[in-house]
Design a protein around this ligand. Sequence first.
Ligand SMILES: Cc1cc2nc3c(=O)[nH]c(=O)nc-3n(C[C@H](O)[C@H](O)[C@H](O)COP(=O)(O)OP(=O)(O)OC[C@H]3O[C@@H](n4cnc5c(N)ncnc54)[C@H](O)[C@@H]3O)c2cc1C
Length: 411
Amino acid sequence: MGTDSANSSAPRPHAPRPNAKDVPVLVIGLGPVGATAALILAQAGCRVTVLEADACLERDLTESRASTFHPPTLRMLQDLGVGEELHRTGLISRTYQYRDRHEGLVAEFDLSVLEADTAFPYRLQSEQQNLVDIIHRRLEAMPNVEVVLGARVEAAYQDNGQAVVRTGGERPREWRAPWAVAADGASSTVRKGLAVDFPGMTYPERFLIVSIEDDLNALIPGICEVNYVSDPEEWLVLLRTPRHWRVLFPVPEEADADAVTDPDAIQRRLLDLAPNPGGYTVAHTSLYHVHQRVATDFRHGPFLLAGDAAHLNNPLGGMGMNSGIHDAVDAAGAILSAIDQDTEPLEGYSDRRRDVALNLVRAATHRNWENLQQKSADQRRRNHEELSGIAADPVRSREYLRVSSMLTTRA
Ligand SMILES: Cc1cc2nc3c(=O)[nH]c(=O)nc-3n(C[C@H](O)[C@H](O)[C@H](O)COP(=O)(O)OP(=O)(O)OC[C@H]3O[C@@H](n4cnc5c(N)ncnc54)[C@H](O)[C@@H]3O)c2cc1C
């Protein structure tokens, strides 16, 4: 049994806390991050109100968003009592590969070397909506939780130290509480309402994600379930989820979106990747802009920003949702400590989580992008030698995987 160092010193968040009983807390957004924060606070006994803009949460599971759960996240979700149900929706990937589009395998990493570090020495591949659905059902069954769907927050401000938000729609309403977790995603209304800056950059290229019904394992011999494929012209990520294979392609800045997402153009791209008699069955495509942005402060009075509302990064390494869930655990823990001690221990939240967002998530995901699209043949060769050297050495491999699996961060 491993130690799960990212979370080993954290208090188990699910125990009821006598002081938390009936203390009101607002959670804005029922994505994976808001859902996690709401469940921790509710299990502790708080009176939680979740405000979610969407009126219906039956989202399309083919939608290409996060699908990788790293070991420390699995530990946290296990502690919350949702880990087993989440595992039933997913598939366990123990290995991942770096490949070169022309030369093939560069290095294969096996997460089994983390057995001494974690009880979950693998990645769980499961669509993020599975976690939201599982937690949503739990929240609906709790008497101290109100989940309000179709409640889009339109304004957020402080009043006498309290968090106040206004929802619009047919029945506009004001909500207030001593604390609020803002997990309303990349375009966060709360972040904008509080005038928190969101500096960073947008990548020049867009990312095209194509989900296919076909089995890439049978078409590209030797790949495993997660593959980062470098190429100066068109790098790729090949990823298996429980329902599909996903292929991520970069799309040049100047390319026309309609032309790129045209079904024939997508077939050509896929056939160029691997011939497939009869063509590919495409389940879903999405083309989107990718950013690296970190809010200048994750705390504004009684509001704690978490997840995409606080930081955005590229998906290369699967760290966005994971670090957001770690924010949720930290934010909920900070609020519960504030309730227990009746003091201001929210202070450290922003520094801790900004440090992870800047120095782990932004750094690692940007490095992954640089390496995948490396144009210099010499540098590409050096990258490949380094990766294959690490993979061949169990000690270096363990250290490498502890970082890329987010086991070295604290939540
Ligand atoms: C294509 C793609 C692939 C990705 N792949 C990965 C990956 O492999 N691994 C990984 O870790 N991450 C990945 N990510 C990132 C990941 O999807 C996000 O980091 C994650 O969804 C963040 O969760 P969240 O709860 O913060 O935000 P969201 O999931 O965006 O949830 C925000 C919620 O708030 C609601 N909301 C929005 N505005 C309001 C409002 N004004 N009032 C009330 N509610 C509101 C929304 O309806 C939504 O339910 C990917 C992202 C994309 C786009």
